[in-house]
Every structure is written in C-alpha cells, then in structure tokens.
Design a protein around this ligand. Structure first.
Ligand SMILES: [Zn+2]
Length: 281
C-alpha cells in the first residue's frame, strides 16, 4: 500500500553514462562525464539533497574515484546496465551477464548496498518481463525501468502508473504527464528540456497536490552545452537527435524553477522504505 506523503517528493535521479562508450571512436572525443557530474553534485549539495545515481558499468570502470565521491557525498549507487544496450537486444543469458558485470564493476569501484536497477532507455517492456527474475536473483530489490505509456522508443502502456512488485522486485514506473494526448515523462531528460515550462510546472504542482511523487531522470549530457554534436546511438531520426541537444542551456534555470516548488529529493531506497510497503503491493 502506498502511504500518504508527508511532503511533496521529487525523485530526481541521474543516469550516469558516457555517450563516448556507445559510439565508434568515442574516446577520441573530449571527456565530459566528470565535469558534468560535478555540476550535479554541486547542485545537490546546495539543495542539501541525496539522490540515486544509476551507473553504467563502463563509467564505473573508467571513473572509480567519481563513484567513490558520489557515494561519499551520501548518494545511492544503483545499476544502469554494463553496456547500455536496450534490453530488446539481449537474450536472457546476455542480460544476466550484463547485469552481473555491471554490479561487479560498481562494487570494484567502491560502491556498496546496490539494490536498484534502471534499464537503458526505459527498454523494460512487456516482452522482456523475464528481466525481473534475474534482477531478484542478483539481489536487486527495486527497478525504475518502465515508461508506462506508448512511446516512439520504448514504452509499456499496460504496466499502469502505480508501483508494483513483479517476481519480488518493486517497479517504480516513470512519472508521465496526466494528459491522454501527451503521455510523456516530464520530470527529467529530454522531455524536461523540450516541453513548455508552464506545462511541466503545472503538472509538478498537480502531482504534489495529489500526494504523488514525481519521478525524473537526468544524464550528464542534459546539462552539457560544450559537448560536440555527435549522433546518439539507437536514435535513428535526425530530428530526435536534434532534440537530444535542444534547450540544454536552459536546464539549470528550469531545474531551479522546479526545485522552488519544494519537492524533497531523496534516494530511491529511502523513499521505498519510508513510503512503500512491498509486502502489500
Ligand atoms: Zn541511460
């Protein structure tokens, strides 16, 4: 059962990935992950907030000091796959290997108490629901991997908007605009940059009034105004690729406007312990 919230909650999270790991010759491009991550860490320090970082295995191997710093500053470390491949490209055996390699990379980098998982690109959909049993086997207790709507990339409309447990793993689906014609996430990522600000703000307020948390996610590149224009893997359309760069320079202004609405940020694990009783879901 979901408990009433004591105050508005914004489950702000970071998907810590390096676009250079995903494109050919990517590492000939300028390194951007540490500088962008430090900007987020500074922002969180100012907010006196602790959140969850979902970290790709490659990033943990390349930047162990960064992982240690994130954890040292009180944030939670969770999984975001090892190679950032959409789950639709993996069979069950490959998924299990990818997950365990991700977990081991995080542990080797110094992370502890790893309980969470987020699928690359919200690619956890009805056809790969088998993922949950492997998550449970590897000690993962919650996931935030479902975009509960139809989407041009990946979406699982039939999942529903509420958290629920599957094979012992609690899934917290991404928050979606409460408009049947615009079923997009609004609390993070490209959508947070692209959608009109009045709509984002109005929806945040409505969620908070209804005692619903807003789940959101950001990437290092979402705030990066210096990154050279590269084609994002798995985004075939030129237009969608353009949107991956759109409005990055407005991100901090937008984020500051949203934080003034008073949503408390916290790690997923803390939120689950405080507000969700998994036995009853
Ligand atoms: Zn990702």
């Amino acid at each position: 059962m979901t408990q009433a919230l004591e105050r508005p909650i914004y489950l702000f999270s970071i998907d810590l990935e390096d676009i250079r790991d995903m494109v050919p010759d990517g590492h000939s491009l300028e390194e951007r992950v540490p500088v962008n991550t430090h900007q987020y860490l500074d922002f969180l320090k100012k907010q006196q907030a602790h959140i969850t970082f979902f970290v790709v295995g490659d990033v943990a191997r390349n930047y162990p000091e960064l992982i240690q710093q994130i954890q040292h500053e009180g944030h939670e470390i969770a999984c975001h796959s090892d190679k950032h491949l959409p789950l639709t490209q993996l069979n069950q055996e490959q998924f299990k290997r990818d997950l365990d390699t991700n977990i081991n990379a995080l542990i080797k980098a110094g992370a502890s108490d790893i309980r969470g998982y987020r699928a690359p690109m919200f690619s956890l959909i009805a056809q790969n629901v088998w993922v949950y049993k492997y998550l449970a086997e590897s000690g993962i207790t919650y996931s935030s991997s479902v975009l509960p709507a139809n989407n041009f990339q990946f979406g699982w409309a039939g999942f529903g908007k509420q958290p629920k447990a599957i094979d012992g793993v609690l899934e917290l689906p991404m928050s979606i605009l409460d408009n049947p014609y615009l079923e997009y996430p609004f609390g993070g990522g490209a959508y947070f940059r692209i959608l009109p600000m009045f709509l984002i703000k109005r929806t945040f307020k409505r969620f908070f009034e209804q005692n619903k948390p807003v789940l959101g996610y950001f990437h290092p590149y979402d705030i990066d105004t210096q990154q050279k224009g590269i084609r994002f893997p798995n985004i075939k359309s030129k237009f969608y690729n353009y949107l991956m760069y759109y409005n990055r320079k407005k991100m901090w202004k937008r984020l500051n406007q949203i934080t003034r609405l008073g949503g408390e940020m916290m790690p997923y694990q803390q939120y689950i312990q405080q507000y969700l009783s998994t036995n009853e879901l």
